[in-house]
Ligand binder design. Structure first.
Ligand code: 13P
Length: 320
């Protein structure tokens, strides 16, 4: 008997044929969009995919640099230095309830303050992964106030952020520190969300892609293609964090496409196709649908809006 045709493979072949005609050109630093392309949260209007001027479906993930549109989404909340124990537990319950209704292709995680990891982990249930916001790269010893990866693992942590811009700016984490953390997190058997993104001045001077290149190159030193299965990238333009300003879907997609092309160049096509690239920076329940509709945006890292059960619930259950 002849083997049944594999639909996924057939689709991939078809996409290979069609992609050169559908895909937006991989952007270069010379065609960066100006800051005037930014939008105030919630004021997103219709957009076109890349410069091909194709009418963009609001949620379909067309026009990808990548050929594989079946990457799952990952929506993660970053609670930062917020909540006390009672609030953390209440919020965890709301997130667990909201995630129970979420689509099968959408993973959910919350990165909570260290003191609440255990209590929150007990409430989250099966559908929501527990995340931490940072770690230290040494095993153990005289490092007052530091939290090791083995500590995090022992309380059920799945995801750990590394390189959040607030750790870089306020606590002085260098790319070399971040790289040590990344390797330690993976070595411990957890997943790492590596955060990258440019400052406002860097965007304005056309440095966005160079900044991403440096942060990826330095942050991922020693991370093999095989290890990449445990890495998620969060692209968070610093000017969009906590400001109410977010990138338009078009501007965000442009940088996400660059990041995916970076993986193709520095790893291989398989890694580039599979890597989850989240967008972060003033994501809310009003702008999430359009952002998630972009071909190379595979989820969100959400700050402020993850602290309110109803808005995070709407974000988790974005329209697709
Ligand atoms: P906001 O969603 O509050 O802008 O924060 C984004 C962020 O820093 C998530 O890590």
């Amino acid at each position: 008997m002849l083997p049944l045709p594999n639909c996924k493979e057939l689709m991939k072949e078809l996409m290979k044929e069609l992609t050169p005609r559908l895909a937006a050109p991989v952007p270069t630093t010379s065609n960066m969009l100006p800051t005037s392309m930014l939008m105030l949260s919630g004021s997103a209007s219709g957009y076109v995919v890349g410069s091909a001027g194709l009418p963009a479906p609001s949620v379909a993930r067309a026009g990808a640099v990548s050929m594989m549109a079946d990457r799952p989404y990952l929506i993660a909340g970053n609670w930062k230095m917020n909540t006390v124990l009672s609030e953390a537990k209440e919020l965890a319950k709301e997130v667990a309830d909201a995630a129970a209704k979420s689509a099968d292709n959408t993973g959910v995680a919350v990165c909570v303050p260290f003191p609440f990891l255990t209590a929150v982990g007990d409430i989250l249930g099966d559908k929501v992964a527990l995340g931490a916001q940072d770690c230290y790269y040494e095993d153990s010893g005289a490092y007052t106030a530091a939290v090791s990866t083995s500590m995090l693992k022992s309380v059920g942590t799945t995801y750990v952020l590394a390189g959040h811009s607030e750790r870089r700016a306020t606590f002085g984490d260098t790319d070399a520190d971040i790289n040590k953390k990344v390797l330690k997190i993976l070595g411990e058997g957890m997943k790492c969300i590596l955060c990258i993104g440019e400052l406002k001045e860097e965007r304005e001077s056309g440095e966005t892609f160079n900044v991403c290149d440096t942060q990826l190159t330095e942050g991922l030193k020693g991370v093999s293609a095989e290890m990449m299965k445990d890495i998620v990238i969060a692209y968070e333009p610093v000017w969009a964090i906590g400001t109410g300003l977010t990138a338009t879907p078009e501007v965000a997609q442009e940088t996400h496409a660059y990041i995916r092309s970076w993986f193709k160049e520095n790893y291989d096509e398989k890694v580039a196709d599979a890597v989850i690239i989240q967008y972060g920076g003033s994501v809310n329940d009003k702008n999430v649908d359009e952002l998630m509709g972009c071909a190379d945006i595979d989820g969100a890292l959400v700050g402020g809006a993850s602290l309110k059960g109803d808005s995070f619930s709407a974000i988790i259950n974005f329209k697709q």
